[in-house]
Design a protein around this ligand. Structure first.
Ligand SMILES: [Mg+2]
Length: 191
């Protein structure tokens, strides 16, 4: 049977996004409330492949060196592993918005291999993210978005559809709580 996927954003979704800038020091690391509890249930109860997809603006530049990113990122991945949440792949785009990289969400360069691929069921897959660009990313992929509204108003300059069109065509749930994401998926999987 074709695999369903949850494409999961990192900052603003699994961990809290700082008011400005990147998560480049330990004092900026804070997990999203109840994310471990519900990601653990999602991983245990449903049959989704978990794939992390994250934009990290300027990663590898002087402005955001890998040495400020990698230890914290590894800690995040390990923290989820310890709760039996295993990401089968992690895709990080290091470009800036201005670069217009084909790999930067909402563009789908990093995850093309999952599209038009009989091994994957994108129609029944979801993107979980906190920005309107994650909703656009879902639309570009041919799946639906579960929108964790922790960072409203960001990414509006990077979408190619209007917010209204995205809401009408690609949004399955809008919430501030991981509990509701879990309950949505539970309902989805009991159909
Ligand atoms: Mg985000």
């Amino acid at each position: 049977m074709a695999k369903k996927i949850l494409f999961i954003d990192r900052d603003g979704t699994l961990i809290i996004e700082p008011v400005s800038g990147n998560i480049d020091s330990w004092d900026k690391l804070q997990f999203y409330p109840h994310v471990f509890k519900y990601m653990n249930l999602i991983a245990a109860e449903f049959d989704y492949e978990l794939i992390m997809v994250s934009n990290q603006d300027g990663l590898g530049t002087q402005y955001f060196p890998y040495s400020n990113f990698q230890p914290i990122h590894d800690f995040v991945i390990n923290a989820f592993e310890n709760e039996d949440v295993h990401f089968s792949a992690v895709y990080i785009d290091p470009s800036f918005k201005e670069d217009k990289s084909p790999n930067r969400k909402p563009r789908i360069g990093m995850v093309k291999q999952y599209m038009n691929n009989p091994d994957y069921d994108l129609e029944n897959s979801f993107v979980i993210g906190d920005r309107i660009t994650d909703v656009q990313f879902a639309k570009n992929l041919g799946c639906k978005a579960l929108w964790l509204l922790h960072t409203p108003g960001k990414g509006l300059t990077e979408i190619t559809d209007t917010e209204d069109v995205l809401r009408a065509t690609a949004l399955a749930l809008e919430t501030k709580a991981w509990k509701e994401i879990y309950e949505f998926l539970k309902n989805e999987n009991s159909k």
